[in-house]
Write a protein that binds this ligand. Structure first.
Ligand SMILES: [Fe+2]
Length: 484
């Protein structure tokens, strides 16, 4: 329904920012609701924002969105986050927004963030020999010879003749690129706001660059995970969803028994990549699916459950979209009032977070953007999240698509660019499980500890719960320990 409503509004020239879209879509008749907001305004804004929606609903109380923002949660989400110190000196946090957020969401912030994305990915692409001597996009189209250029995709479409047109921009100008229907690249999926390299030749009129080669920043084929002398292993445990009535108590207890016995000597680090509790007010009607209705109690219960983890294991906890932190990515870690619930065996980190465990570089990202990738790129499915993670690595960006389900905070730096190549890349969120390898990077989808929810049932999706992926930090060997 979401897409149909947004398309209908777009056809009428009405644009909504992502937060406004969420508020509006909670209404019984979202399109009619937007029209009444606009009718109440003397001048129509270019983009309808969440502030416009809230201002309207404060004057028209009967029209307050059905998904009420919980005041406790709202307060929590605004309070500053605190990152606890690691107890082990073998943990190094390389990249994390916690304590460094500066964005106010202005147009300038967005421009600066996109500019940073462009610069970082252009730097990666510029190292490719195929793109040596690349020209600014507007200049490239003027040359009557084969040229190379690097730009950000501002838009694209398929033509009725079967060709593909890409609008490309850089910090100096723009140009139009044509992928001919007979080109080997015609079926390449293009994503708005991704940064790509083009080898091509201008048409005789000099207004269109015809693509010969499409180059993505990607991971070099020479990339390998070097062995180290570490003897430690790390386990990943995503989407625990404590507080939900579908939390898998028996499977959790079996896993905990394993951690305290067989796993005790093997596992030194336990990473929880987000949605550690089910939260409150995350989706309409959630209260009917909660076993614990108080968000603090959910975190206290999680802490109780984690107390069972042997002391020798360092726990790292990251937030996801169900957690009590700001929803916009990058997400800083938990506020003090929640971090105080956890003892020193738990280190709280942001989302995404790049860290080194005993020298091994790990990128852990909850994975909200998987929804947007899957709905936008043909061939990507909920059944194969590792394939979507490969697309992220190929484009060196976790969430290039702006305006989808993933709210993005325009920080002065784009924290979702994958500028350094990780040894291990982990996501969760969609409750799938698996281990893969993409050009020397171990990819992990870190399961869930919740059985099928009513929402998943409605969408005919079967999760892969109670699976614990484990990676040896020395050899890089990965395995699954199955408690399902
Ligand atoms: Fe999630």
């Amino acid at each position: 329904m979401r897409d149909r409503v947004l398309d209908e509004l777009l056809n009428e020239g009405i644009l909504l920012d992502p937060e406004a879209a969420e508020l509006v879509l909670a209404q019984a008749d979202p399109a009619a609701y937007v029209r009444s907001i606009l009718a109440s305004m003397t001048q129509h804004p270019l983009v309808l924002t969440a502030d416009h929606v809230r201002a309207y609903s404060s004057i028209h109380p009967s029209a307050i969105p059905k998904v009420q923002v919980n005041p406790v949660l709202e307060e929590l989400r605004k309070s500053p986050s605190v990152m606890a110190r690691p107890k082990s000196s073998d943990i190094e946090i390389i990249h994390d927004i916690t304590g460094n957020s500066t964005c106010e969401g202005t147009v300038n912030d967005f421009a600066r963030c996109f500019n940073d994305r462009f610069k970082k990915i252009k730097k990666i692409l510029s190292r490719r020999h195929e793109l040596a001597g690349s020209l600014p996009v507007a200049k490239a189209v003027k040359y009557d010879r084969e040229v190379r250029t690097i730009g950000m995709v501002s838009d694209w479409h398929n033509t009725k003749n079967g060709h593909k047109i890409i609008e490309l921009e850089d910090d100096e100008g723009k140009c139009t690129v044509l992928i001919h229907k007979d080109s080997e690249y015609i079926n390449e999926s293009i994503v708005n706001d991704e940064v790509i390299g083009i080898v091509g030749k201008s048409t005789s009129k000099g207004d269109l660059l015809v693509l010969k080669e499409l180059i993505r920043p990607d991971i070099p084929i020479t990339n390998v995970m070097e062995q180290s002398d570490s003897t430690s292993s790390v386990a990943f445990m995503s989407d625990v969803h404590v507080g939900s009535n579908t939390f898998l108590h028996t499977e959790w207890n079996n896993m905990m028994h394993w951690l305290k016995t067989e796993g005790k000597d093997e596992i030194q680090y336990l990473v929880l990549p987000g949605d550690v509790v089910d939260g409150i007010g995350v989706f309409p009607g959630q209260e009917e699916e909660l076993e614990i209705e108080d968000v603090f109690e959910q975190y206290r219960t999680l802490e109780e459950l984690l107390k069972e983890v042997p002391d020798s294991i360092q726990i790292l906890i990251q937030p996801g979209n169900h957690d009590a932190v700001r929803p916009a990515e990058p997400q800083p870690t938990f506020p003090k009032i929640i971090s105080e619930i956890f003892d020193s065996s738990c280190m709280l980190i942001g989302n995404p977070c790049t860290m080194k465990l005993e020298g091994r570089r790990i990128l852990t990202y909850h994975g909200r953007s998987l929804d947007d990738w899957i709905s936008s790129v043909q061939g990507l499915t909920y059944e194969n999240p590792l394939e979507t993670m490969n697309e992220m690595l190929k484009r060196r960006h976790m969430a290039p698509l702006y305006g989808g389900k993933t709210p993005l905070a325009p920080e002065k730096e784009d924290h979702l660019v994958i500028d350094e190549i990780p040894d291990i890349f982990v996501t969760g969120h969609i409750h799938g499980a698996g281990i893969g390898m993409y050009k020397g990077v171990t990819t992990i989808c870190a399961s869930t500890w919740q059985s099928q929810t009513s929402f998943q049932k409605m969408h005919n999706f079967s999760p892969d719960p109670a699976i614990l992926p484990v990676v040896h930090l020395g050899t890089g060997k990965a395995k699954i320990v199955d408690f399902s």
